[in-house]
Design a protein around this ligand. Structure first.
Ligand SMILES: C[S@@+](CC[C@H](N)C(=O)[O-])C[C@H]1O[C@@H](n2cnc3c(N)ncnc32)[C@H](O)[C@@H]1O
Ligand SMILES: [Zn+2]
Length: 212
């Protein structure tokens, strides 16, 4: 039987297909691109999540109503979380850089989502202890050097059965001398071995953990 036209037949062709389809159907692609442009100018660490549509799917499938994110950047992943979670949900997203927070608020306002995404300005270690749970879903996309303190708070505010999505746990492959790699090693160990979490790792660098 002949192959369908443009059928991807190699691992690279499959990767290209997925990347193109994801890009072409991304309603927040302009925010992704603005994040990349900003990073190139500012020299900071605003790497927009390449798998943000997955965050939308996870928010929708878990019917998350209260969502917490550490590492807002310019708002790209927060918009996807809010989009998946629906009109009645609230995303609270933590960002310590005031310029990033301001640009995120502008992107959120442009999408008419101001009532659905709240940017909390400050470091996670300062803001998280003041938050009251329960949250249904937490997305960690923050600084590795802060990750263990943040994880302690995630354990406190995430409801039993809630979902923790962790990024930034394998940054040693890009920057072997990055400060905080020791913390992410402990973070990986904790979510894998602790009886408080059930965790699966993915090759894209994410870990999904359910709070027991
Ligand atoms: C990788 S970027 C986030 C990208 C964003 N989640 C997205 O997908 O578009 C990390 C951002 O989080 C901020 N950040 C990192 N660690 C943080 C922390 N512990 N508390 C608050 N902000 C943090 C940085 O300033 C930066 O803007
Ligand atoms: Zn920046």
């Amino acid at each position: 039987m002949p192959l369908p036209p443009n059928e991807p037949t190699t691992p690279q062709a499959v990767r290209d297909w997925v990347e193109k389809q994801t890009r072409d159907s991304d309603r927040f692609r302009h925010v992704f691109e603005a994040s990349v442009e900003h990073r190139n100018q500012h020299g900071c660490d605003v790497y927009p999540s390449p798998d943000a549509p997955l965050l939308g799917v996870l928010a929708a499938s878990t019917r998350a109503q209260r969502i917490l994110e550490v590492g807002c950047g310019l708002g790209y992943s927060a918009l996807w979380l809010a989009c998946g979670a629906g009109d009645d949900a609230l995303v609270e997203t933590v960002e310590h850089d005031s310029d990033h927070a301001q640009m995120a608020r502008q992107h959120i306002a442009a999408e008419k989502m101001t009532g659905r995404v709240r940017v909390l300005e400050g470091w996670g270690r300062t803001i998280l202890p003041s938050l009251q749970g329960p949250y249904d879903l937490v997305f960690f996309d923050g600084d590795p050097a802060e990750s263990l303190a943040d994880l302690e708070q995630f354990e406190r505010v995430l409801r039993p059965g809630g979902l923790l999505v962790s990024a930034n746990l394998f940054l040693g492959q890009y920057i072997p001398d990055l400060p905080g790699l020791d913390q992410t090693a402990k973070y990986r160990e904790l979510i894998m071995r602790s009886e408080r979490w059930l965790t699966a790792y993915f090759n894209n660098g994410y870990a999904l953990s359910v709070r027991r």
